[in-house]
Design a binder for this molecule. Structure first.
Ligand SMILES: Nc1ncnc2c1ncn2[C@@H]1O[C@H](COP(=O)(O)OP(=O)(O)OP(=O)(O)O)[C@@H](O)[C@H]1O
Length: 742
């Protein structure tokens, strides 16, 4: 039998390497060598306490205990330090993302062309300035040649030499000969040079063609003008108004940060080394600085004081984006300062606008962040909410998601715009169900569609349960299953704009709330995704039972903490994720939460109405070719009311006060005729007996109805109303999936 001790590394007799040896095997030296310390100088006593004396003196104090097996944990402690060391990115951010690269290139091209254009229009002015300074330049060159030929700089030295050699005639004559010889050589060279230049000038002026003459004159004037320019003034102007925005330097950032007086920053106000710059470099359309704040100051505190920081940096707040990097430590600040505020940087184009399809199981492009990097959102297996004050881009954002879903031909689309606008109209040609408005028939169609979705949910749950475990290992719809037409497990994307109208509806509100809540909670696993947008993010517009289960959040501009946290999630405001900081010009700019670990800012891609139309034309062509048009898109306008709820249809054709049938009872034959007229695609040619059979499962029995002296089987309206009232009570959907096939 072996004891645990026999396997401990470092046990003297076990033949295994001890920890120091292990360290040496990993790093080629022991930890002591690795840190440049004396071998055997124990810094930590076996009991874990610091040995200050030893550390200071480097003297080995009783080294033996440090080599005892119980000192073994020291080595792993040392090893741990190395992997956590920061690794710098091999490639900078702007080279790692196509969007960031495009943003950088666009900035460089934009900057370059601006500078070129600025100077190009001023060329005549520059030419005049140069010509004006050319005579001075000529004078300066002549003077310089004279100084060189006469060697004026060394006049004093020559005089001193001659004076000192006066007593030695030979030396005196040699020095004089040397200086004279040099003066003659240089003088001759200067005369020849000037004569040559004059000769070339005269030759060009008399013999060369005008183009050469002009070019030579321009070059000569340019050179003379540059030589003759004023020392303290530039010939060219400044293309950039550098005085307006001071250059972003480490000093400027440091001063701005220290001015916030956070944590220990107040104490270290004059210690400029307290703010440590790890990197500062151009990144996309701006600069990124990685900074270690002084101990005690946190990145989230800086985020809270963003406007003060922007003031310190002398830039608009929309350019200044402080973020933390909690994975490193709380004091690590990643500061991004854009060249322009996000709102001014031009609408972001959508990569799928012109070509390409989408796979709803994969992330789809949503927009770009403040650094110009692409931001994606994954629609599958998640429901989401979009909130904002009016006119900030909520409907456009919802439409963008719908367009992405439309570009995956498998996705069945249900879209409702209760505001009654035309923004979602482009979707109508590919949608299974689409309504714009909140008229009674729109709301009835909505409810019918919701009930149909409940049935579909039940069917899907049963299909998934019936499939073998290896086909559905996680019990949810997969990419492969969604593509199989025989199973009918294609994704369903349901979008509601202005949800407050739906949830606060007198007649249907409670049922809609109950169904949507269940779909948001359990729909994603069976491939039903629900997205809700509202301009009034409160508990009535998006009940908490629903918002709590929606995992994706998009929050455009909101006015207060409550709305912010309603959309983005509890404590988001407190943690510095504040959509309240977006201004009224920040159209389409939102916080996206639920996609990665941390919420990100995204400027959503801008797709206008005509572009949306073109995209859905593309989607329509693909769907048609694949036989994927259903419901409304397939021309079945009644499809969204085809729920089997014959009771709804009966009430639609059966007024409460029916003068021809005063006692609230009507022959079934008559009701069949009315239904056939109202919804011919469903009831054309029906008989009274078929109507009776259809209502029977709802628990409604036929009654004798005497009309114009004839007795026939018929229905009582009161029974239908009572039954519908019961159905409108909150259904217990949790029981639905547990039902077995009949
Ligand atoms: N991503 C975007 N980039 C630039 N501008 C945008 C963007 N999205 C929307 N806008 C602009 O914002 C305006 C308002 O958009 P939208 O209709 O989607 O707002 P809304 O929040 O739905 O308004 P309401 O609350 O009235 O329904 C649009 O007319 C559009 O010009």
């Amino acid at each position: 039998m072996t004891t645990p001790n026999e396997h401990m590394p470092g046990t003297p007799d076990d033949g295994l390497p001890n920890d120091d040896e292990l360290t040496a095997m990993v790093y080629g030296s022991t930890e002591v060598e690795a840190y440049g310390l004396d071998q055997g100088a124990a810094l930590v006593q076996p009991d874990g306490t610091d040995d200050e004396d030893n550390a200071l003196s480097g003297e080995v104090i009783d080294p033996e205990p440090a080599r005892e097996p119980e000192a073994a944990p020291r080595a792993p402690q040392v090893i741990q330090h190395r992997p956590t060391a920061d690794r710098r990115q091999v490639l900078p951010d702007w080279l790692r993302s196509r969007e960031a690269f495009v943003a950088s290139a666009r900035w460089a091209v934009g900057y370059g062309s601006h500078v070129c254009a600025y100077h190009a229009v001023r060329l005549p002015l520059y030419a005049l300035r140069l010509a004006g300074r050319a005579p001075i330049g000529a004078g300066r060159i002549t003077a310089a040649v004279w100084r060189w030929a006469a060697d004026t700089e060394n006049t004093e030295v020559r005089r001193a030499l001659l004076a000192s050699t006066k007593s030695d005639p030979n030396a005196f004559l040699r020095v004089r000969k040397e200086t004279r010889g040099q003066a003659q050589r240089r003088g001759a060279l200067a005369v020849f040079g000037l004569a040559g230049a004059s000769g070339v000038a005269a030759g060009v002026a008399t013999m060369a063609d005008p183009v050469w003459q002009a070019a030579t004159a321009a070059v000569a004037l340019g050179v003379l003008g540059v030589v003759g320019r004023k020392r303290d003034a530039k010939i060219t102007g400044e293309a950039m108004a550098s005085a307006k925005v001071p250059p972003l330097t480490a000093d400027l950032i440091r001063d701005a940060l220290l001015s916030l007086g956070l944590g220990s920053m107040g104490a270290v106000k004059n210690d400029r080394d307290a703010v440590r710059f790890l990197a500062i470099a151009r990144d996309g359309a701006g600069f990124r600085a990685d900074i270690d704040l002084p101990p005690g100051a946190t990145a989230s505190e800086v985020m809270d004081k963003r406007s003060k920081l922007a003031s310190g940096l002398r830039r608009p707040i929309g350019c200044v984006w402080p973020e933390g990097d909690p994975e490193v430590h709380e004091g690590r600040l990643v500061l991004y300062v854009g060249d322009r505020s996000l709102a001014q940087s031009g609408a972001a184009s959508w990569p799928l606008a012109k070509k390409g399809g989408a796979n709803i199981f994969e992330p789809i492009p949503l927009g770009v962040d403040q650094r110009g990097r692409r931001v994606d959102v994954t629609l599958m297996y998640a429901s989401g909410i979009i909130g904002a004050v009016p006119r900030m881009g909520k409907t456009f954002t919802l439409r963008l998601l719908l367009l992405a879903a439309a570009l995956d031909p498998r996705v069945e689309i249900h879209a409702y715009d209760f505001k009654g606008g035309a923004d979602l109209d482009p979707l109508a040609k590919i949608a299974h169900a689409y309504r714009s408005g909140d008229d009674p028939e729109d709301m009835a169609a909505l409810l019918a569609d919701l009930r149909a979705l409940v049935k579909e949910f039940r069917r899907r749950s049963k299909v998934l349960r019936s499939l073998p475990r290896d086909v559905v290992p996680e019990g949810k719809v997969t990419d492969e299953l969604a593509s199989r037409k025989d199973l009918g497990l294609h994704p369903i994307f349901v979008a509601f704009d202005e949800t407050q109208i739906m949830f606060e509806h007198d007649q249907y509100g409670a049922e809609a709330r109950s169904i949507v809540e269940d779909l948001v909670r359990r729909g994603p696993a069976v491939g039903i995704m629900v997205w809700l947008a509202t301009q009034r993010p409160d508990a009535k517009s998006i009940p908490t039972s629903i918002s709590a289960n929606a995992t994706k959040r998009l929050c455009l501009r909101v006015m207060g903490q409550v709305e912010n946290d309603m959309v983005l999630g509890t404590s988001m405001y407190k943690n510095g994720i504040r959509a309240t900081m977006f201004g009224s010009r920040d159209l389409g700019i939102a916080y996206l939460a639920g996609e990665g670990d941390d919420p990100v800012i995204v400027r959503t891609s801008y797709v206008d109405g005509p572009a949306a139309d073109t995209i859905t034309d593309r989607a329509h062509a693909v769907r048609k070719a694949q036989g994927r048009l259903t419901g409304l898109a397939a021309g079945d306008v009644e499809a969204d009311t085809d729920t089997g709820t014959v009771l709804d249809h009966l009430l639609a054709v059966w007024p409460a006060e029916d003068p021809a049938w005063p006692n609230g009872k009507v022959w079934s034959d008559d009701l069949a005729a009315r239904l056939g007229e109202h919804l011919p695609s469903l009831y054309e040619g029906w008989t009274g007996a078929q109507v009776n059979a259809a209502v029977k499962p709802h628990g409604i029995r036929t009654v004798q109805v005497k009309h114009d002296g004839t007795n026939k089987r018929g229905l009582s309206r009161a029974d239908v109303v009572t039954e519908l009232g019961d159905a409108a009570d909150l259904p217990d959907f949790t029981a639905l999936t547990d039902q077995k096939e009949d």
